[in-house]
Ligand binder design. Sequence first.
Ligand code: PRE
Length: 243
Amino acid sequence: MTPIESDADVLIRPGTAEDLAEIAELFIATRRDAVPQMPPVVSDDDAIRQWFADHCDTHEYWVAEDGEIIGFAMLDGAWLNSLYVGPPRQGSGIGSMLLDLIKAQRPDGFGLWVFASNASARGFYHRHGLVELEHTDGSANAERSPDVRMAWPGQDPIRYLRGRIDDVDDELALLLARRFALTATVQGYKSTPGQQGRDSARERAIAERMAAHAPGLGADAIARIMHAVISESLDAYESRGPR
Ligand SMILES: O=C(O)C(=O)C[C@]1(C(=O)O)C=C[C@@H](O)C=C1
């Protein structure tokens, strides 16, 4: 196969179904070696092997080899799911070669998740122009370990980042619609005189509760945002009435 990129002894080429068993072993060995910088993989080794065998057609693979596979990248659309270089060749530029190739393959940008504890990977991605977009508490990943969403924003970073803003706004619009509907429903039960209108203690409690999920925003900023959300919800309820 024609090399896509190569130096003296390393060939980067597309991964094929025949590579998946070797890729799985490299993944297992690399993750084992990376503890505690990365949390241990939750699945057992056979489940990992099976996962790679089952995800041949659904993902795009690239491998670095010097006779045997020494690193690989796995992509799923605009997501870089994995980029691993085996322990013996770490720090020798293989990761940079793979990442450069992926940038060329995804000129409009791509995202990835990295464990917050993995300082060397975060530093590597920073040095290669990726940005951190989001920090989580880890409750959504299998390892339950805080992680960081990073992105390479591609050749037109504003366009890429506006695309991500649109993604979030699509979710936000649905959440706002759900919240508007709940505010309206509660008003239907607050018909008793003295119960109508706003409850500032409840609104403060809402802001404090939300701030626990988003400490970076702070309760005061959230309170101002929620004041606008609740005002609009109540106005909509009053002008439209219960549904
Ligand atoms: O919990 C209430 O009593 C509501 O009316 C709901 C709600 C809200 O939308 O969260 C709206 C107005 C109040 O000031 C407090 C909260």
